[in-house]
Write a protein that binds this ligand. Structure first.
Ligand SMILES: Nc1ncnc2c1ncn2[C@@H]1O[C@H](COP(=O)(O)OP(=O)(O)OP(=O)(O)O)[C@@H](O)[C@H]1O
Ligand SMILES: N[C@@H](CCO)C(=O)O
Length: 303
């Protein structure tokens, strides 16, 4: 019996929500799991598939192994076929797709011993923070906070339908490890207050579509000031997006993708302006107007 799992890309942080806020996007990776007689067979097709490990170091397989270890079952011989549309190390949650895809696929093969909230907690443990894996698993825009009775409290952040997420994906990578390495370990009280206020403003702005709130809300003092310099052309792309009518831009996840939020009336102009700004600096770019995925990870096929 083969199982195909479809997992959305995600954009984490959304400005002030460092390591706690993220949204699922309408861009997907698919993972097909099939039993085989012995061993391991991995194939990968699609965007940048040649850069994914096809041996036991593959992140999807590593996650499958962790799952079977956790539920105390032996790892089955398995073929994993990966169909990739989410580019690697660009701040669009490619590693979260691999982790969530691996856990949901393994859980289905094992007869569903884990609930969705147990998978969310396990995926967070593996990734180290919840802001990609949680929306990748359950869809929508989600805030995750450590809980009292449960490991995590997860809440839905309503997203006004007029607000379009536009991703400009440059042709250079930025690994999450490198982009976390440039962050300070301590922050001032002023910076903590700034981010608390702007996260609240973002949550209300994205719910209501209030343009003034959104324009102010996309500011951050925890990660962006330190990471912008790792992204060639960031200022030019931001200025072009704002001139074309965007509320503002943020670094998607750990970068290198730049995410703009704009009213649907100007989203195409914003996409074009960001593409032109990066191309003008000699940086190859793929820019897309997306939407918020509301379904999260789905088993789309069981043969
Ligand atoms: N489909 C996949 N199959 C196997 N491994 C993958 C897949 N997608 C990503 N990975 C692994 O995840 C690594 C990228 O993870 P990284 O956290 O640096 O970037 P990201 O998840 O794309 O960005 P961000 O966390 O900022 O959104 C890749 O180098 C690869 O090892
Ligand atoms: N919150 C994470 C997302 C990327 O994995 C970061 O910005 O480092």
């Amino acid at each position: 019996m083969s199982i195909t799992v479809r997992v959305p890309a995600t954009t984490a942080n959304l400005g002030a929500g460092f390591d706690c806020l993220g949204a699922a996007l309408t861009l997907y990776n698919e993972f097909q799991f099939s039993p085989i007689d012995s061993g391991l067979k991995i194939t990968a097709t699609g965007a940048e598939a040649d850069r994914v490990a096809l041996d036991s170091s593959n992140m999807v397989y590593q996650t499958v192994v962790k799952f079977f270890d956790r539920v105390q079952q032996s790892v089955p011989a398995i073929a994993i076929d990966i169909k990739m549309d989410v580019p690697l190390a660009r701040g669009l949650g490619s590693s979260a797709t691999a982790i969530v895809g691996g856990l949901v696929g393994a859980n289905a093969i094992a007869g569903s011993p884990m609930s969705q909230s147990e998978i969310a907690a396990f995926a967070t443990e593996i990734e180290g923070h919840p802001d990609n894996v949680v929306p990748a698993l359950i869809g929508g825009c989600r805030l995750a906070a450590s809980g009292i009775d449960r490991a995590w409290e997860i809440c839905d952040i309503p997203w006004d339908a007029s607000i379009v997420p536009i991703v400009a994906i440059p042709n250079f990578e930025l690994s999450t490890a490198e982009a976390r390495g440039v962050l300070p370990t301590e922050y001032s009280r002023a910076d903590a207050i700034f981010n608390t206020a702007h996260l609240g403003l973002f949550v209300r702005g994205v719910e209501t579509g209030n343009a003034d709130w959104l324009k102010a809300a996309l500011q951050d003092r925890i990660h962006q000031p330190y990471r912008e310099k790792l992204i060639k052309g960031y200022d030019a792309v931001r200025e072009a997006a704002i001139a074309a009518g965007a509320y503002g831009v943020v670094i998607s996840g750990a970068g290198s993708t730049v995410l703009a939020l704009a009213h649907q009336q100007c989203s195409d102009s914003v996409r074009f302006a960001m593409e032109k700004a990066w191309t003008g600096l000699g940086v190859g770019v793929d820019a897309k107007c997306l939407a918020i995925d509301t379904q999260g990870t789905r088993i789309i096929n069981t043969l």
